[in-house]
Design a protein around this ligand. Structure first.
Ligand code: ADP
Length: 267
C-alpha cells in the first residue's frame, strides 16, 4: 500500500524545513513543431522542480508530450520558449558543443531500445562516455570504474560480451551502467522497460529502486504501471501539460536527507 503525502512538493507551498535546491527546474517550457504548415504544440507550458534524491515518473496517454519533454530535459532538443536549469546549468540556451558536453557529463540517458554500440563489448560501452568526455581518469581508473558499475548492475561476468550476446534485460543494465559512468546529477529514462518481458521489467524496476535508494535522482517516462507505482512521485501529463503531480512515497535515498519529508510517513 503506498503512502500518499501530496503536501511534499506542491508548487508554491512553503516547505516545513529547508530543502535542497532543485537539481532540475523547468519553467513554462514550450515546444512547438510545425507540420504541414500547422502548429503542433507538443509541450504547452510545463513547470517542474525535481530535488536531489527524487524519483519522478512522468505518465500520460500516448502523444501527450512525455518524450518531447524528456528530450528537452536531456538537451537532445531545445524548447521553443521557457527555461530549463539542471545542476545550475541553463540547458535551454546551450550551443551544440555545450549540449554535447552536458549530455556526456551532466545527465545519464537510458533509452527504450538500449542503443549500445553493437561492435563493442559491454565493458567498452560503459567506458565510452568517460573517454568521450575526456574525463581526467587514467585508463586504470576507468577500468576500475567500469568494473564497479558492471558489478553494481550484476554483470561483472559479462564485460567481454557484445550486445548481441546479451539478453534485453542485460543490455539495458549495461545501458544503465553507461549512463552512470560520468556520475551524472540526473538519470533520465524513456520507457526503460518498454522492450522487456514482464519478469525482466520487474527486475529493472528493482534496479531503479536501488539506484534511487543509493542517491540517484531519476526522471522516467513510462507506460509501465508497475514502474509508475514504484516511483516516489508521479507527474501526469495530458495534451502537453502537467495535470497532476503526486508524491507517492517520501524519499529515503542517500541524498534525500536534507530534502526528505519532515513529517515522516503520512497516515
Ligand atoms: P508521448 O511521448 O507522450 O507519446 P511525444 O512527446 O512523442 O508524446 O509527442 C507529443 C506530440 O508532439 C505528438 O502529437 C507528436 O505527434 C508530436 N511530435 C513529437 N515529435 C515531433 C516532431 N519531431 N515533429 C512533429 N511533431 C512531433
Amino acid at each position: 500500500m503506498s503512502v500518499r503525502s501530496s503536501h511534499d512538493s506542491v508548487a508554491g507551498q512553503a516547505p516545513a524545513i529547508p530543502v535542497a535546491a532543485p537539481v532540475l527546474r523547468a519553467q513554462d517550457v514550450r515546444r512547438e513543431y510545425t507540420v504541414g504548415g500547422e502548429p503542433v504544440r507538443a509541450v504547452r507550458g510545463v513547470s517542474l522542480d525535481v530535488r536531489a534524491g527524487e524519483w519522478v515518473a512522468i505518465v500520460g496517454p500516448s502523444g501527450c508530450g512525455k518524450s518531447t519533454l524528456l528530450n528537452l530535459l536531456g538537451a537532445i532538443d531545445r524548447p521553443t520558449s521557457g527555461s530549463i536549469t539542471i545542476a545550475g546549468r541553463d540547458v535551454a540556451r546551450m550551443d551544440d558543443a555545450e549540449a554535447t558536453r552536458y549530455r556526456l557529463t551532466g545527465i545519464g540517458f537510458v533509452f527504450q531500445r538500449f542503443y549500445l554500440m553493437p561492435t563493442l563489448p559491454a565493458a567498452e560501452n560503459v567506458e565510452l562516455p568517460m573517454v568521450e568526455a575526456k574525463h581526467p581518469r587514467t585508463r586504470v581508473e576507468r577500468v576500475a570504474r567500469v568494473l564497479e558499475l558492471l558489478r553494481y548492475v550484476g554483470l561483472e561476468a559479462r564485460g567481454d560480451h557484445r550486445p548481441f550476446q546479451l539478453s534485453g534485460g542485460e543490455q539495458q543494465r549495461v545501458a544503465i551502467a553507461r549512463a552512470l559512468a560520468n556520475e551524472p546529477a540526473l538519470l533520465l529514462a524513456d520507457e526503460p522497460t518498454g522492450e522487456l518481458d514482464a519478469r525482466t521489467g520487474t527486475e529493472m524496476i528493482a534496479l531503479f529502486d536501488r539506484l534511487n535508494r543509493d542517491g540517484t535522482t531519476i526522471v522516467v517516462v513510462t507506460h509501465d504501471e508497475e514502474m509508475a507505482r514504484a516511483a516516489r512521485r508521479v507527474v501526469h501529463m495530458r495534451d502537453g501539460a502537467i495535470v497532476d503531480d503526486v508524491v507517492v512515497r517520501p524519499m529515503t535515498g542517500a541524498t534525500g536527507g536534507a530534502a526528505s519529508d519532515a513529517s515522516g510517513p503520512a497516515s
